[in-house]
Design a protein around this ligand. Structure first.
Ligand SMILES: Cc1cc2nc3c(=O)[nH]c(=O)nc-3n(C[C@H](O)[C@H](O)[C@H](O)COP(=O)(O)OP(=O)(O)OC[C@H]3O[C@@H](n4cnc5c(N)ncnc54)[C@H](O)[C@@H]3O)c2cc1C
Length: 343
């Protein structure tokens, strides 16, 4: 089902190459260099940056991390210790808080021009997906989204059709704008040595187009879905939010994060931050247990790279069993309590 249909898409017309020729020469003369957008969380950073830095490291040339926000100086101290980062540029200004897309894109454009970067990376996170297309438009480039491998300085691999095919994309754009599927690149590690940091204050204005209102995040003591080693997910078959409790119980028993299908989320059985799939979170844990989930391609797109997949479903012909390493056919309300007794 997930055979890799490979095709090469050559992008960038001759006209476009001519129009960007000046910039192409400018970036080629100084060789490859990458800029990585690191999203800050107050004085901390979003972990996806570690995977984006690993991806950038696959190219030759220096890697510069961009840290922005009112506490960027504190966050920069963390980023400077990430292995593979050659320099951290720090834009300490409250206008960069919350990675508002238009303002952040303008910052990255200014830094690309300053550094002469050939490649700009961000995680394929909500912020990355929001900022990078705007940056691509500002730089007259085309974004390549959700890359899972890098074959060369202009050639990248990404899933298409909800992960049912793999496209190898070759771009002739002078500046490559890339979002990275974080589960496909190892997280960069921290070291004792710190790279250089440089404070910058580019002359850009905060965009009036979007403003920060508030954050409404479901609080949970369970492991974070994206980083968890084990995930237990429930589908429509749990029938209600009370029924979904069985998913939480098993997850807590084995120290797992909780996920859900879109049908379970849409029915209001659980919070939408738990949704796994094409329009939810992409996960690749060591163990994924899908309970009462049929295995629609949009769900599989978010979990098919899990190392071991266990499916519990009363329909022996459910598509999820084509992907599962272990399958239990039967009623989840019988099987899950039995399983909990045994683990
Ligand atoms: C553009 C688009 C994007 C989408 N994005 C996502 C996404 O990100 N994530 C996602 O999950 N879906 C997504 N979907 C929806 C997707 O197509 C499916 O509708 C959804 O995944 C189905 O959820 P489900 O498996 O829980 O429900 P169902 O398909 O209804 O499956 C329920 C399963 O439970 C089994 N079952 C029923 N009762 C029991 C029982 N008592 N014990 C055991 N098994 C039982 C049934 O046999 C069935 O296989 C998207 C759809 C579209 C069009």
């Amino acid at each position: 089902m997930f055979g890799s249909v490979r095709h090469v898409l050559a992008r960038g017309s001759a006209l476009k190459q001519l129009s960007t020729q000046g910039r192409l020469y400018a970036v080629q003369r100084s060789g490859l260099s990458s800029l990585v957008f690191v999203e800050t969380k107050g004085s901390g950073i979003e972990e996806g940056a570690l995977n984006a830095i690993s991806a950038a490291r696959k190219l030759s040339g220096p890697v510069t991390a961009v840290v922005a926000g009112s506490e960027a100086d504190a966050a920069a101290k963390t980023v400077a210790k990430i292995e593979g980062v050659d320099k951290v540029v720090v834009a300490k200004d409250a206008m960069f808080d919350h990675a508002l897309p238009e303002t952040t894109a303008s910052l990255l454009k200014a830094l690309q021009e300053k550094e002469g970067s050939t490649h700009i990376f961000a995680p394929h996170s909500a912020a990355g997906k929001n900022v990078m297309p705007r940056l691509a438009a500002l730089l007259d480039s085309q974004q390549i989204s959700d890359i899972v491998a890098i074959e060369g300085e202009d050639t990248f691999v990404r899933p298409v059709y909800a992960g049912n095919a793999i496209a190898t994309v070759k771009t002739s754009d002078a500046i490559k704008i890339l979002t990275v599927r974080t589960t496909s690149f190892p997280a960069a590690v921290y070291s004792d040595a710190a790279s250089a940091t440089e404070e910058v204050a580019p002359t850009i204005d905060a965009s009036p187009l979007s403003k920060w209102v508030k954050e409404d995040v479901a609080k949970s003591d369970r492991p974070d879905l994206a980083a968890a080693k084990r995930v237990v997910s429930g589908g429509r078959a749990v029938k209600s939010s009370e029924g979904f409790k069985i998913i939480y119980d098993l997850a807590d028993k084995i120290g797992a994060a909780v996920g859900a299908s879109r049908a379970a989320v849409d029915a209001g059985y659980c919070d939408n931050s738990l949704q796994v799939g094409q329009t939810g979170r992409i996960v690749a844990p060591e163990l994924y247990i899908a309970i009462g989930i049929s295995g629609a391609i949009q769900h599989l797109a978010g979990m098919k790279d899990s190392k071991v997949i266990v499916a519990i479903n009363k329909d022996a012909d459910a598509p999820i069993f084509q992907l599962a390493d272990y399958g239990l056919v039967g009623d989840l309300f019988t099987i899950v309590p039995e399983l909990m007794e045994k683990v």
